[in-house]
Design a protein around this ligand. Structure first.
Ligand code: PLP
Length: 464
């Protein structure tokens, strides 16, 4: 059975470069296939080979999110060696909620967390955190820790500060943590789409004067929209002055700190109280791998455990119980799927892969900027390039026509099924985005992508 599954997975993985970037099935065929999978299990078992064939059909009826052409949203490629680690992990099935049950594996996981906290993020020794199912849960636990640390139980007047470009998981986390929706403040942004620190300071002051309790400032280090990085050092200073917990959502951007360019652009992350990262994006891990790292592990522990007994767990460099640092208890040794690839390939391999993504992004930015019918409004901080059809003049009608043309451009690009792009809205404008994160995306695919964008833009322009 193992050979059968492994051979099939290897064959699928080898086909990835030539596979369509999205499902070629018609809407009706898609609906029929999905319907057939709603059937309950049979009383009498079936044949593994037949079942694997069915699985392949289901997996093919999807965006090819593991392939090199996945340039939509924030891609995550799913490293094959992480899948091998995970097979070992799931088959040995060690318990990950309490360190004493599998102490060496808990230490292995802690080594990954400490590497992320200190080497990647630049937090001081003694910082730590936990691996989560994703960025959303990481930000939730950070918000709960901030609330517990800064507000105690008087949470009704608590206010949170972020921007319109923050990921929606930030507002979701605040609401789940009991913060009123009306107290989630969207700080205005500067023309380059970054949080305006002066505007944030003014809002915090006004809220305090109105009797509210500002307690949490959430900056984004790599927005989902455009990959922009908020001015972290200024925001860290502001949070320090105002005694706010400073959280950085680096779900997308965090691991770019492994590169020299990324470390430069992401300066200030090391001043955060807590940081969300997503190994299932920029560390190429399979989905279901997020991370939260914090400066003060005791604060995270106190918020999730609710008793004072935490000190005995974290004193003397011991490995804390992950079940006391977040909402989950029973779960797998989540760090194993990162530990094996990190030790097998070495951290330089990850740095080089991310450096390659930055090079490819600069290449796309230069190429698209040279197409006169396109507007390319920003130089990329990370690995996202945003663009749209340039309006013929500044009139409202021309802008609407251009946005409509951008919509058609997206459909035509994606109809090639060689790669998939997604869109966003930036200051009211319909905007396409190329986001390069997968470890499988290389220059060959990017060259082809630029040529397709160039040809389809020319077609659209000739029709205008
Ligand atoms: C992806 C993303 C999130 C959400 O993380 P999940 O892993 O999808 O829960 C949060 N913030 C940013 C900036 C992201 O890119």
């Amino acid at each position: 059975m193992g050979d059968l599954v492994l051979n099939r997975v290897i064959a699928r993985t080898e086909r990835l470069p030539s596979r369509p970037a999205s499902s070629p099935l018609s809407p009706q065929a898609t609906a029929d296939l999905a319907e057939s999978f709603l059937a309950p299990p049979p009383a009498v078992g079936g044949d593994l080979k037949v079942l694997l064939e069915r699985l392949d059909e289901a997996a093919d009826c999807a965006v090819e999110s593991a392939g090199p052409g996945h340039l939509a949203y924030i891609p995550g490629g799913g490293l094959f060696t992480a899948a091998l680690a995970e097979f070992y992990n799931r088959a040995t099935n060690r318990y990950g909620g309490v360190a004493a049950v599998a102490p060496a594996l808990a230490a292995l996981e802690e080594s990954v967390i400490r590497w992320i906290a200190t080497e990647v993020c630049g937090l001081p020794a003694g910082s730590g955190g936990l691996l989560t199912s994703g960025g959303s849960i990481a930000t939730f636990s950070a918000t709960v820790a901030a609330r517990h640390d800064r507000l105690g139980e008087d949470i009704a007047p608590g206010t949170v500060y972020t921007t319109a470009f923050a990921h929606h998981s930030v507002a979701k986390a605040a609401r789940l943590a009991g913060i009123r929706t009306a107290h989630i403040r969207l700080v205005p942004h500067t023309p380059d789409l970054r949080m305006d620190p002066d505007a944030a300071a003014a809002m915090i002051r006004a809220d305090r004067e109105a009797g509210l309790r500002p307690f949490l400032l959430v900056a984004t280090a790599g927005t989902t929209h455009a990959g922009t990085i908020d001015p972290l050092p200024q925001l860290a200073n502001l949070a320090g002055r105002e005694n706010l917990w400073f959280h950085v959502d680096a779900a997308y951007g965090g691991f770019f700190r492994l590169t020299a360019r990324g470390r430069d652009r992401l300066a200030g992350v090391e001043q955060a109280d807590s940081i969300t990262l997503d190994p299932h994006k920029t560390l190429f891990m399979p989905f279901g791998t997020g991370a939260l790292v914090v400066r003060d592990v005791a604060a995270l522990h106190a918020a999730h455990e609710g008793t004072g007994s935490y000190l005995q767990d974290i004193a003397g460099g011991n490995v804390p119980d992950s079940g006391h640092l977040g909402p989950e208890l029973t779960h797998e040794i989540r760090g194993l799927r990162a530990w094996l690839p990190l030790h097998l390939h070495g951290t330089d391999a990850f740095r080089d892969a991310l450096d390659e993504k930055l090079d490819l992004t600069e290449h796309v930015h230069t190429a698209l900027s040279g197409i006169p019918d396109l507007e390319v409004p920003l130089y990329p901080d990370l690995s996202t390039v945003i663009f749209r059809i340039r309006p013929t003049d500044g009139s409202r009608a021309a802008v609407e026509r251009a946005d409509e043309a951008s919509r058609r451009l997206l459909d035509r690009i994606n109809a090639h099924r060689r790669f998939v792009l997604s869109t966003t809205e930036i200051d009211g404008r319909y905007t396409l985005r190329v986001c390069i994160v997968s470890h499988r995306t290389h220059l060959e695919l990017i060259t082809e992508a630029v040529e397709i964008i160039r040809a389809e833009t020319a077609r659209i322009a000739s029709e205008q």
